[in-house]
Design a binder for this molecule. Structure first.
Ligand code: SF4
Length: 272
């Protein structure tokens, strides 16, 4: 790690800490936004859309965690209907708990909890059906299937000064794949999503001493396998260096782009 940069990082009085992979994604989108959030401590106001994203994400994480336990206990002779019932019952329980725990916040953002419950139950009914069919197929073929390793896996590398939280780690045969769960449907991954996976791949391969050359981006109704070339991991390190420069006192140039029109800091940047 660059000692000079770290020293200046300490001198500015900014809290000494690790840089999150997701912060590097922000930095790549707009260095000035990274500066506003990390140095000026500007907070993005929570919108309905953002909070719903958090709720969907939490439900996705918890259902995956529970589903892998349920599937591990299934017997080869069980019927699809039984698998569906077990999964759907568990999905509904998770949905209810996640929403109840956030009811106050949801209500304060004018989100109708009852309608949200119904929508999510419908969505997860279809998900349970599809899952039950694929699980049944895997059991019949006596396939080993995919092993779900850790869920919500916290990982840090003090040498790199980077940390992240991987939504899920899957093991396909002897290949390790980080999985990033997205709550908004897309046909193909955005570069920023692949970049985030590259950050996790870099951290994982250093921690597990194994090459991580691919990852999965999971949208509500599809999973996309993406290649993670080495140059993307190198790009992560360049972004890390740039982040350290900003944390060390450099003020990035504020540049007006198309992204500004959709940015929560538009007024801060351009209407003062
Ligand atoms: S408004 Fe534009 S310049 Fe300002 S933080 Fe957002 S993207 Fe960056």
């Amino acid at each position: 790690m660059n000692v000079l940069l770290i020293t200046s990082y300490v001198r500015t009085g900014v809290r000494i800490g690790m840089i999150q992979v997701t912060d590097l994604v922000t930095l790549r989108l707009c260095p000035y936004r990274f500066y506003l959030e990390k140095i000026q401590k500007k907070k993005v106001p929570t919108t309905q859309e953002m909070y719903l994203g958090t709720v969907y994400h939490k439900i996705a994480e918890e259902t995956v965690r529970r589903e892998s336990q349920i599937i591990a206990e299934l017997k080869p002779g069980c019927r699809s209907r039984q698998v569906f019932d077990l999964l759907y019952m568990e999905y509904c329980r998770v949905i209810r708990n996640v929403i109840l725990r956030r009811k106050l916040k949801l209500t304060s953002l004018n989100i109708d909890c009852e309608s949200l419950l119904q929508e999510l139950r419908e969505f997860y009914k279809e998900a349970a059906l599809q899952k039950a069919l694929s699980v049944k197929k895997a059991l019949e073929k006596k396939e080993e299937g995919i092993i779900v390793g850790d869920v919500e896996y916290y990982i840090e590398d003090t040498d790199l000064g980077l940390l992240g939280r991987v939504d899920r780690i899957e093991i396909h045969g002897d290949v390790l794949l980080p999985v990033e769960i997205k709550t908004v449907e897309k046909k193909r991954p955005a570069f920023s999503e692949v970049l985030q996976l590259a950050g996790y791949a870099l951290l994982l391969e250093r921690e597990r001493c194994t090459a991580v050359k691919r990852g999965i981006i999971e949208y509500p109704s599809t999973r996309i396998l993406v290649d993670i070339p080495d140059n993307l991991k190198e790009y992560i390190m360049k972004l890390r260096d740039h982040a350290l420069q900003i944390l060390g006192g450099e003020v990035p140039e504020k540049v007006r782009t198309d992204k500004c029109d959709r940015c929560h800091f538009f007024e801060t940047c351009w209407q003062r």
